[in-house]
Design a protein around this ligand. Structure first.
Ligand SMILES: Nc1nc(=O)c2c([nH]1)NC[C@@H]1CN(c3ccc(C(=O)N[C@@H](CCC(=O)O)C(=O)O)cc3)CN21
Ligand SMILES: O=c1ccn([C@H]2C[C@H](O)[C@@H](COP(=O)(O)O)O2)c(=O)[nH]1
Length: 288
């Protein structure tokens, strides 16, 4: 087990033993057979990862980090809402919209919001270009913020953004980030060292790399952190499997070539040295 696995187990046990159940209430999410997907949830959990000490990825089970990377590039680099621009099918169930050219989209969510241009004194830019501009021109700024929870457009999204806000703070040549998430599916995405954590850790590495900075800490705040009813058995089996695995170091992220421009990063530019997992859950069921 590595340090992130231990954080995962502690938080999992807290949700299992002290989480508030929404059983008996009306809930929105459904399993694919139509059954309501209930959860046990905790209010407000914060995890801190020091990226200078290693890459924060779970070893208890295989995390599809290249799929996670492809999705974060889809949102932050391509700024796309078309599922055809994604290398995986993970958003297909929420692609209930169509754009002018007939492509299936997730509506005005995620990449669509990041790609919207705003008028600044320095010119028109979208939120991603604003971050890159400030990291270069004014890294000491306390205003390096993104926010994609745009109330004006909430009615035109399949799913409202979950990880919706970031705030970067550069200290001592290190890029630190706060990630704010309103809702977190523990097994699929939001648990320590899982999909969402891996995504924003990768984004920090990319921003730091093109800005001549080192990576610092990621502070991940989740308002409603939950485990879905059908996921408890999956996690319990994973934990059983890990019982007598020894101590492990965190893997190291390598960017294989010098990249000058954030928009040039590709999935193939990354390597995770020392990422070993012997366990895979197989296909997990994701509540819709
Ligand atoms: N309930 C729910 N949880 C989520 O995490 C979530 C949503 N809905 N809806 C929107 C997106 C879609 N997300 C997803 C959906 C599926 C996988 C998934 O199937 N993951 C597999 C690996 C996939 C692969 O190998 O490429 C896994 O084992 O984690 C991950 C994230 C994250 N988001
Ligand atoms: O990046 C993501 C995207 C989605 N989720 C999860 C969190 C919830 O389980 C669902 C969204 O349902 P709401 O009812 O809108 O909260 O998707 C995630 O954890 N990470």
């Amino acid at each position: 087990m590595n340090i992130v696995d231990r954080m995962y187990l502690d938080t999992y046990r807290e949700i299992r033993d002290e989480g508030i159940s929404d059983e008996g209430q009306e809930v929105r999410p459904r399993w694919s057979d139509g059954t309501p997907a209930h959860t046990k949830a905790l209010f407000g959990r914060v995890h801190r990862y020091d990226l200078s000490r290693g890459f924060p990825i779970l070893s208890l089970r295989r995390i599809a980090w290249k799929t996670a990377l492809d999705e974060i590039l889809w949102i932050w680099q391509k700024k796309s809402n078309r599922v055809a621009d994604l290398g995986s099918r993970i958003w297909d169930a929420w692609a209930n919209y169509e754009d002018e050219e007939g492509y299936a989209t997730i509506g005005k969510a995620y990449g669509y919001q990041l790609g919207r241009e705003i008028e600044f004194p320095e010119g028109r830019m979208d939120q991603v270009d604003r971050v890159l501009y400030l990291l270069k021109e004014d890294p000491g700024s306390r205003r390096i913020v993104t926010n994609i929870f745009n109330h004006d457009d909430l009615g035109e999204m399949g799913l409202q953004p979950c990880a919706y806000g970031t705030n970067i703070s550069v200290k001592d040549g290190k890029l630190n980030m706060v990630l704010i998430q309103r809702s977190g599916d523990f097994l699929t995405a939001a648990g320590p060292g899982s999909f969402n954590v891996v995504q924003y850790a990768l984004l920090m590495h990319m921003f730091a790399h093109v800005s001549g900075l080192e990576v610092g800490e990621l502070l991940h705040v989740v308002t409603d952190l939950h485990v879905y009813d059908r996921h408890f058995d999956v996690i319990d089996r994973m934990i059983d499997h890990s019982k007598d695995s020894g101590e492990k170091e965190l893997p190291k992220l390598k960017i294989k070539r010098r990249v000058e421009d954030f928009y040039d990063f590709k999935v193939e530019d990354f390597e995770l040295e020392g990422y070993e997992t012997s366990y895979s859950t197989g296909r997990i069921e994701v509540a819709e």
